[in-house]
Design a protein around this ligand. Sequence first.
Ligand SMILES: Cc1cc2nc3c(=O)[nH]c(=O)nc-3n(C[C@H](O)[C@H](O)[C@H](O)COP(=O)(O)OP(=O)(O)OC[C@H]3O[C@@H](n4cnc5c(N)ncnc54)[C@H](O)[C@@H]3O)c2cc1C
Length: 481
Amino acid sequence: MSIWETDVKISFFQKLDKNKKVDILIIGGGLSGIHTLYKFKEEQSICLVEANTIGCGVTKNTTGKLTYLQENTLGYLIKKGKQKEAKLYLKSQIEGIQEYLKIIKEEQIDCNLEKVSSYLVTNQEKYLSDLEQIEEFLKNEEILVKRGIPENTLPFLAGISVLDTYVFHPLKYIKGILKKIQPESIYENTRVVNITKNNDIYECITKEGYTIFAKKVIVACHYPFFLFPYFLPIKTSIEKSYIIAKQVNANLKYSYITMESPSMSSRFYQNKDKMYQLILGKSHSTSVSQNDKQNFHEVKQENQIEEDSIICSWSNVDIKTFDHMPLVGELKDNLYIITGFETWGLIQSLVSANIIKDLLDGKPSLLSDLFSPKRSFLKKILCSPFYLTLNGYSFLKSKFYKKNWYSNQLEFYRKDGKLLAVFHDEAGAHVVHPVCPHMKCGLIFNEKEKTWDCPCHSSKFDIDGNVLKGPSKKSISYFDE
Ligand SMILES: Cc1cc2nc3c(=O)[nH]c(=O)nc-3n(C[C@H](O)[C@H](O)[C@H](O)COP(=O)(O)OP(=O)(O)OC[C@H]3O[C@@H](n4cnc5c(N)ncnc54)[C@H](O)[C@@H]3O)c2cc1C
């Protein structure tokens, strides 16, 4: 459970129990879907379907920072000398923050919004020139940048900071924004499992077998549950990070992120008279490391976190793309996608919702070109072998790496040639077939969260095999078969 879930429950919405006809269907109720729905709130014929509950995906597990000092996205463009793109990207992020402030003010959303400085820091000399390049770029864009490192934290070699950035409570924000949206337009516990096209109408089939007929479909479900069009696995990889919230005595007005890999980041959060520090660490590709318990342990050690100060801890994943830019736009006739946020999706989801709105209104822009999922054919082709190898490596590792799947509470056996895994706890035996239905990767048991995780494309299942997170559409419960 993330710290945001401890004090906010999003109210329950209806479940779809009949066929439905709309002009626009949004699939996925994270910030991407909710922002898009908000942008179309005047639209009469629209609905959003969410497989579980609103905000329950990657969104509820973020660190809640609204900053444009993003090393992997903005930093990448600057370092590559892509000045024009970097300016465009920076402008979009600054405008995104301004729009957040406007929405929060206009809709009177109480979401613990605080203005804090954002730091980009490093402990390694090899990053000093990159840091300088980013600093120079920001100065040229007339942004007030300061040199220096944050106070009262681990010692860093160097850093820069900007002032006009924020932190907030993502679930309180969603709860506030939902008050401005017609509740009849939202369906929870409604998972789309298939999309087909008949004449000009998309037919989106739900797990329960109902059909939503839609002229336009916006897929905002993080990792899409379909492979074609686009075949995302060869254009992306999955990054996972570990977050610990600990109680502290002061609410310091800064956030930071390190430039090195694996990166580390932090922010503070105050809820009434209680103050917390969120520390994120050990970010890595899921193909590299799969032992969550060990990773949490290392984050604790590296940051000298006392066990009894910990309030909660959780992990999260996001999608990295071939050029560090999001994938937002039309995939093919009236089928749109919003994904690939590289761990910076809070602002990007709002920026993306604007792009989708403009595209549907027939107004493409330079930014929609920069984020277009159809962009840079050559780059995609060149990157594909890398992602193919990474995905292949994850697949093979998941199949052959044993070590009892990181838990000694598991038993494995074969029945009729099929691998089964049994997890024992007070409630009894939980039997699953530990193979992801999406692309047949072997699942890894996450002892910390008591889930089965896919190291290739980030599907997640509970101990009874129910899908917690896609792209898998199916459960892995033995008893469902
Ligand atoms: C460790 C970590 C920290 C982060 N911190 C920050 C931060 O400080 N600032 C920042 O800007 N960004 C941050 N991010 C990134 C940001 O949280 C994400 O990019 C963003 O929340 C993604 O939102 P989303 O709506 O696209 O995805 P999600 O929130 O995952 O929403 C997708 C929704 O679609 C639903 N769904 C899936 N399949 C289906 C289906 N078939 N039918 C119906 N519904 C479906 C899911 O249940 C889910 O609710 C962080 C990411 C990570 C990994």
